[in-house]
Design a protein around this ligand. Structure first.
Ligand code: PNS
Length: 166
């Protein structure tokens, strides 16, 4: 039987750090389901449809990577999609408390569900979608931080950006 992991997140937008975790996940699992949270709490920059479309384009032609949006409980969505393992990227100690709480809550809800934490490449360990958005809005360069098509979409969405004061 195929071993499928679910990789959930807001992905607003997907960064190179997320892409790195998907590729690492595929060293351990046959398939990865990237699960995009619909309507995250924070006001998203990209709609669910836009986030899913971008991620599908990034992984185009990769049959081992599936992309779907979800709402409601993650563990229910994972079970309905035949996955018993949640993958999460762990960048720094500051991520730990939030991730620990989520993993144990998910275990309480679905005792058979396991959470596997993976470390991104060191070069992405400072990266977050929120920081990428902030840097971009202030006129900074995000070229090495997000896939090219994400940067292009950010330019479309936020044509009027600030300038960095030197
Ligand atoms: O990228 P994010 O915003 O850190 O991802 C958070 C996510 C999507 C993994 C989390 O918010 C989630 O799983 N939401 C679904 C609702 C749920 O199942 N909540 C209870 C478990 S904590």
């Amino acid at each position: 039987m195929e071993n499928k992991a679910i990789y959930p997140g807001s992905f607003d937008p997907i960064t190179n750090g997320h892409v790195d975790i998907v590729e690492r996940g595929l060293k351990v699992f046959d398939r990865i389901l990237v699960a995009v949270l619909e309507n995250p709490k924070k006001d998203p920059l990209f709609s669910t449809k836009e986030r899913v479309t971008m991620i599908r384009k990034i992984f185009q032609g990769r049959k081992e990577i599936e992309i779907k949006s979800f709402h409601g409980l993650l563990v229910e969505f994972a079970e309905a999609n035949g996955s018993g393992t949640v993958i999460r990227g762990l960048r720094a100690i500051s991520d730990f408390e939030y991730e620990f709480q989520m993993a144990l809550m998910n275990r309480k809800l679905a005792p058979r569900m396991e959470t596997l934490f993976m470390m991104p490449s060191l070069k992405f360990s400072f990266l977050s979608s929120n920081l990428v958005k902030e840097v971009f809005m202030l006129g900074g360069n995000v070229r090495d931080l997000v896939p090219g098509l994400v940067e292009a979409k950010m330019r479309e969405k936020l044509p009027k950006r600030g300038r960095i004061q030197i």
